[in-house]
Design a protein around this ligand. Structure first.
Ligand SMILES: C[S@@+](CC[C@H](N)C(=O)[O-])C[C@H]1O[C@@H](n2cnc3c(N)ncnc32)[C@H](O)[C@@H]1O
Length: 262
């Protein structure tokens, strides 16, 4: 039976076996995705699906691919990136070294965009670093390779493309080593793992849409604590933080919050 109660039991087993906690996510959305896989295999019960997941890395990979949506591109919302660059330039005047974190980085386009931006600003790679993390181990492998279809590069000017990508024989593009080396990738669950501290900026865009309100609120509080005073939080287009001042985040304009100085 694919009822809610059985799904909750399945979610509990996934937490124990795959160390992935679905409780912060919108239940209906998660259930729809898992049910799709169950039907694909012709099962009628979560327990049958659990049996084939257990100990089979390729099935586990498919499971994670299905429940996490990894769509992204370089410099997504280009006009916002212009603004982000200005905030970072301001911050650099008072912060001689710092880390910018792409939280929920998917296949890497976002953190590599940050690395390209920093390179264009002549920011030393020793002083200004990029951290990138995602829950999905498969997508992180894709990110580390840094190979993309032309489609992901739509927002990149030809001059930047020629400077920071090499064209492969199959027509795809790979980010050059200088850019790759600026980014450190790691697996991390935003809902349960600890965060670095004193960050200059955090980008968390198009990730929290899957989270329940309570999980979202907790996450924004954790982001606020992880930022240095004056640090910037760059969120997705439809994402708003209610009562952000309560957690020391000043809304500066749509998409951007700044951690209070005191
Ligand atoms: C749509 S992508 C966003 C990519 C990029 N930030 C952007 O806006 O283009 C969402 C990413 O969030 C990741 N994600 C979902 N839940 C997560 C969690 N609990 N912890 C870390 N990453 C998570 C997914 O694996 C996916 O790669």
């Amino acid at each position: 039976m694919l009822d809610n109660e059985s799904f909750m039991k399945f979610a509990d087993a996934i937490r124990r076996k795959l160390n992935f906690d679905m409780s912060g996510y919108k239940l209906e959305r998660m259930k729809r995705r898992v049910d799709f896989l169950i039907r694909k295999y012709g099962f009628e019960d979560y327990s049958d699906y659990l049996k084939i997941l257990d100990g089979d890395p390729s099935k586990q990979r498919e499971f994670f691919d299905r429940i996490t949506i990894n769509v992204t591109e370089f410099f997504r919302n280009p006009d916002k990136w212009e603004k982000f660059k200005r905030y970072i330039a301001e911050e650099m005047k008072v912060t001689p070294r710092g880390t910018i974190w792409s939280a929920g980085c998917a296949s890497g386009e976002e953190p590599y965009s940050v690395a390209i931006m920093l390179e264009e600003m002549n920011a030393s790679p020793i002083n200004y670093k990029v951290l990138a993390s995602d829950l999905d181990p498969n997508i992180l492998e894709v990110a580390k390779k840094g190979i993309y279809d032309q489609r992901s590069l739509v927002n990149i000017k030809e001059s930047l493309r020629d400077k920071y990508f090499k064209k492969l024989d199959d027509g795809r593009y790979q980010v050059v080593d200088k850019i790759k080396e600026r980014v450190t990738f790691r697996r991390q669950n935003l809902l349960s793992d600890p965060f670095e501290k004193n960050l200059m900026a955090i980008l968390c865009r198009n990730v929290v849409i899957y989270f329940e309100m309570e999980a979202k609120e907790k996450l924004y509080k954790k982001f606020a604590d992880a930022l240095k005073p004056g640090g910037i939080l760059f969120v997705g287009g439809t994402e708003r933080i209610f009562n952000s001042r309560k957690i020391n985040l000043e809304p500066v304009e749509p998409f951007f919050y700044k951690k209070a100085l005191t």
